[in-house]
Design a protein around this ligand. Structure first.
Ligand SMILES: Cc1cc2nc3c(=O)[nH]c(=O)nc-3n(C[C@H](O)[C@H](O)[C@H](O)COP(=O)(O)O)c2cc1C
Length: 205
């Protein structure tokens, strides 16, 4: 495995919209020299306690483990909006990270969040804030999107200062529009640059 620093893009996606965003953030990360994107997902959770999923998902990214998180230079967390909140499978994974929290493994690493909704006012900001909370508990440095990204003012769909977002429509089948695409790319790029800057700073102190 490569020894390059990497940004962990950790997402859950049922119908593919959040996954499309994750891939755009990854392109933004990969546009920065000296760092790479690592895409990982989490398994669905089931009300049946003993239900188990195959170890390798049928499609898309493989499942994350704690080491993916422990060694990342930065983290982008992506979830569909579920009743104005992050989806349970992602929260379930986060709830397994106490060991990292106890050891301060993620302190001072940069992080960001992204989401997809069906409806325009369906809770993108509240979802992004729900995702920010555990990241702050981990001591991570949260980076949203600055208004120097002009699409933030122009968008008629997704895109917030709290993080990139996408309005996927009733069936979650609308593709990312140009503004959403550019903002997701910019977010990945920004996170990658911040991660490298923070790593350099750590080496100097
Ligand atoms: C249980 C559940 C709750 C949802 N809650 C919301 C919501 O609060 N607001 C909204 O706009 N869309 C809501 N949706 C729709 C999803 O957020 C939307 O389809 C999203 O794009 C799915 O992302 P995915 O394609 O990555 O799975 C909900 C979907 C489900 C299944």
């Amino acid at each position: 495995m490569s020894t390059q620093p990497y940004i962990l893009i950790l997402y859950y996606s049922r119908q593919g919209a959040t996954r499309a965003m994750a891939e755009r953030l990854a392109a933004g990360v990969e546009s920065v020299r000296g760092i790479e994107a690592r895409l990982r997902t989490v398994p669905p959770v089931s009300p049946t306690c003993e239900a188990v999923d195959p170890e390798i998902p049928a499609e898309g990214a493989i499942y994350a483990d704690l080491d993916d998180l422990r060694h990342c230079a930065g983290l982008a967390l992506g979830s569909p909006t579920r009743f104005g909140n992050m989806a349970a499978p992602l929260k379930y994974f986060i709830d397994t990270t106490s060991e990292l929290w106890l050891g301060g493994a993620l302190v001072d690493r940069p992080a960001t969040a992204f989401t997809s909704t069906s409806s325009l006012h369906g809770g993108q900001e509240t979802t992004l804030i729900s995702m920010l909370l555990p990241l702050l508990h981990h001591g991570m440095v949260y980076a949203g999107l600055p208004y120097s990204e002009v699409e933030l003012m122009e968008t008629q769909a997704g895109g917030t200062p709290y993080g990139a977002s996408h309005v996927a429509g009733k069936r979650s089948d609308l593709p990312l529009d140009d503004h959403e695409r550019r903002l997701a790319f910019a977010q990945g790029k920004r996170l990658a640059r911040l991660a490298l800057a923070l790593e350099r700073h750590e080496e100097d102190t």
